[in-house]
Design a protein around this ligand. Structure first.
Ligand SMILES: [Zn+2]
Length: 93
């Protein structure tokens, strides 16, 4: 069970990145450079999730054309190439 959302954090000036659980609205600082880091992406699986694995059935969706199961973060079906609709991460849960 994953309750905390994990984010990719990036320091704007240096481009240094970190993967860490984070809360929006809090300030995160790179411990080596002292730069402020901003959350730039959520890491799958989106919290809360029953599994920490991004490729479990709960974190897949069927392609509308070929019905193969593909990752929630995949923009084009790897089997038939169909463009997948965007997820906002909230309404699909
Ligand atoms: Zn497909």
């Amino acid at each position: 069970m994953i309750r905390e959302q994990i984010y990719r954090l990036r320091a704007a000036a240096s481009g240094r990145e970190a993967i860490a659980p984070a809360e929006l609205g809090r300030r995160y600082v790179d411990r080596e450079t002292g730069e402020e880091m901003q959350p730039v992406a959520r890491i799958l699986p989106l919290a809360p999730s029953d599994s920490a694995l991004p490729r479990t059935p709960a974190n897949l969706r069927p392609c509308r054309r070929c019905d193969q199961l593909i990752g929630l973060d995949v923009s084009d079906c790897p089997y038939c190439g169909l463009r997948q609709p965007a997820l906002d991460g909230e309404s699909e849960r």
